[in-house]
Write a protein that binds this ligand. Structure first.
Ligand code: C2E
Ligand code: MG
Ligand code: MG
Length: 590
């Protein structure tokens, strides 16, 4: 082997003038160059070694000795490769294959990576030159490979819980479904935590994160090794259960999961009560590809949640039909505003003491071109989910303020406002605009909100309510008694009115509990100086009870069903006429 020599020569002009160096000087220069090269090779960060055509060592650097922990004695030029190899025997996973140097017949490069028993990964690139010389570069790539493995893990796992993610679940379902075709049972359970949002919002994200980790641990504790638990995002999880008889096994597992997650969690001194609902799809009946199976398990979950918390539901084809219906309805809802398919009806609210009409509640109506009248109970939640309630709610405000100008100034107009409109942030502007545009006095407008407004970011909600109040707009708390009905809501903001939910009125004659609630809320209103309106009064008996319990105003079919705007002025007038007849002596109309 000949050492490489610098080929750089001085320019021709200088060459002529320079004296020829003596042999001695040339030798000294050569030696110096050789030493520099050896130093460079010795200090390379990679292991380097070179063998001749007979596989005898020509040179090896320090890093090579270090990587393989070779004794100095083996590093002498001329040492056979076989001796060096023998010294590394037992330390690498695949010793015999390490022995392969490319055969010395032609010019070629071979790359290999070896995982050692001590956990290191060594990469070796060997090049056999045409003259038989073999040059090998050895590199410890352990850290590099670990980082790559970490990145690959992150791409497939959820960083918070360590569970696999949706992509892996899909892959795995794909694989399991292929086995399922050969007759193995497979069920997909889709879970969504109940009340997680409330815990996260009230105790902060660190507690929420820890809670999710704990949930993951409990889920792992419920399944067998052959099942796969995945986090699909947020508070949604899924479990692929395979090799167990269906549907019995999935029902048992779902019950175990519901029980495991309903036990309280202790996190950083906070006791959290959540729970879970479970939707189940069984292959191949409910889908024989991952996407269909996931979609159907999700539909079953949707049903489970709608049926109450802590429930489990199996997918049924009718659910798919419902979802399709919902999708069509959503598309139609998007177009409804532009197509002017909405209108408002107004339900009178009367004073219990003298039956005077003191206000009306605007109720949104959708006249669907094919389906006819669609109930707000069906489309308002959909409009909330899609955010469409923001432009729709804006239209309601504008229209209601305009219509209210057609009635006596003593009749206020109440407009229902969704929590989504609060969160969206444009409500104050929309209200101000509707008032300015119509010229309606702010004092005649009342907004009806439900407690859900207070659930997320209550401070922000209270600030918005205070701003509305500063505008002169009234604020009523609707459907009181259902949902949370927490006293802290009443403490956080001074409402102008509490509306007692009609579900209590419905039972008030037969159910002592319902009557107690009406009494308690009316009493609460009195002591806090807040007017109470009782909703859904249908019979004179219900009205009598409402009066006895001290409700100030009442609303319901007994007085009037919701009516078109045109009919309100006449209704107010006839109610006033009825009152004066009642007041005049000799009237039979009481
Ligand atoms: P809500 O605000 O509690 O409205 C009262 C509901 O009770 C109305 O139903 C009304 O027609 C009904 N009702 C009134 N008196 C009686 C009665 O004596 N018996 C019975 N059984 N029911 C009575 P509707 O119009 O179907 O509205 C349902 C819900 O839809 C409303 O409940 C409200 O939460 C929502 N909603 C209606 N309009 C709007 C709106 O413009 N915006 C928003 N965000 N929600 C609205
Ligand atoms: Mg209302
Ligand atoms: Mg209500």
């Amino acid at each position: 082997m000949t050492a490489p020599v610098s080929t750089a020569e001085p320019p021709a002009s200088k060459r002529a003038a320079a004296p020829l160096p003596s042999d001695d000087a040339r030798l000294r220069a050569l030696a110096a160059e050789n030493a520099a090269l050896r130093l460079a090779i010795e200090r390379l960060p990679h292991g380097l070694c070179m063998f001749d055509g007979a596989d005898r060592l020509v040179l090896a650097n320090r890093r090579y000795r270090e990587i393989w922990d070779l004794p100095e004695a083996l590093m002498r030029p001329g040492t056979p490769f076989a001796d060096i190899l023998a010294a590394t025997r037992g330390r690498e996973a695949e010793w015999s294959r390490l022995a392969e140097l490319p055969p010395p017949d032609r010019d070629r490069t071979r790359r290999r990576e070896w995982v050692m028993d001590d956990g290191r990964t060594i990469s070796i690139v060997v090049t056999r030159l045409a003259d038989g010389t073999a040059i090998a570069v050895h590199e410890d790539v352990t850290e590099q490979r670990r980082t790559e493995a970490r990145i690959a893990h992150l791409a497939r796992h959820d960083a918070l819980t360590g569970l696999v993610n949706r992509a892996v679940l899909r892959e795995e379902l794909e694989r399991l479904l292929a086995r399922n075709a050969r007759g193995e049972d497979l069920a997909l359970l889709y879970l969504d935590l109940d009340r997680f949002k409330a815990v996260n919002d009230s105790h902060g994200h660190p507690v929420g994160d820890e809670l999710l980790r704990e949930v993951a641990a409990r889920l792992r504790g419920c399944v067998r090794d052959t099942d796969l638990v995945a986090r699909l995002g947020g508070d949604e999880f899924a479990i692929a259960q395979c090799g167990a008889p269906q549907p019995t096994a999935s029902r048992r597992l779902a019950q175990r999961l519901i029980e495991a997650l309903s036990a309280p969690f202790e996190i950083a001194g906070v006791q959290a009560h959540i729970g879970t609902s479970v939707g189940i799809a069984v292959a191949p009946f409910d889908g024989d590809d991952p996407d269909t199976l996931l979609k159907n398990a999700d539909l079953a979950l949707y049903r489970a949640k709608a049926d109450g918390r802590g429930a489990l539901r199996y997918f049924e084809p009718a659910m798919d039909e419902r979802a399709r219906r919902r999708r069509t309805l959503e598309a139609d809802l998007r177009a409804a505003l532009a197509l002017q398919q909405f209108h408002l009806e107004y339900q009178p609210v009367v004073r219990v003491a003298d039956a005077a009409v003191c206000g009306v509640e605007a109720l949104l109506r959708w006249r669907h071109p094919v389906r006819g009248e669609v109930s707000p109970a069906e489309f308002v939640p959909l409009a909330e989910d899609t955010g469409l309630i923001v432009p729709i709610g804006r239209w309601v405000l504008e229209q209601a303020c305009r219509d209210a100008l057609r009635w006596p100034a003593s009749v206020r107009v109440a407009v229902n406002v969704s929590a989504v409109q609060f969160r969206h942030g444009a409500l104050l502007r929309d209200v101000a605009h509707a008032l300015a545009h119509s010229g309606l006095a702010a004092g005649r407008l009342e907004l009806e909100i439900t407690e859900s407004v207070m659930l997320r970011e209550p401070a922000q909600a209270v600030a918005q309510l205070a701003q509305l109040r500063a505008h002169g707009v009234g604020v009523a708390l609707d459907d009181f008694g259902t949902g949370y009905s927490s006293l802290s809501t009443l403490h956080a903001f001074r409402f102008d009115r509490l509306k007692i939910d009609r579900s209590f009125v419905h039972d008030v004659e037969r159910d002592a509990g319902a009557r107690s609630i009406v009494r308690a809320v009316a009493g609460l209103g009195r002591s806090l100086g807040i007017a109470t309106t009782i909703e859904g009064v249908e019979t004179p008996e219900q009205l009598a009870i409402a009066r006895d319990e001290g409700c100030i105003e009442a609303q319901g079919h007994l007085f009037s069903r919701p009516r078109p705007a045109d009919a309100i002025a006449a209704f107010v007038a006839s109610a006033a006429a009825g009152r004066s007849r009642a007041a005049s002596p000799g009237s039979a109309d009481v």
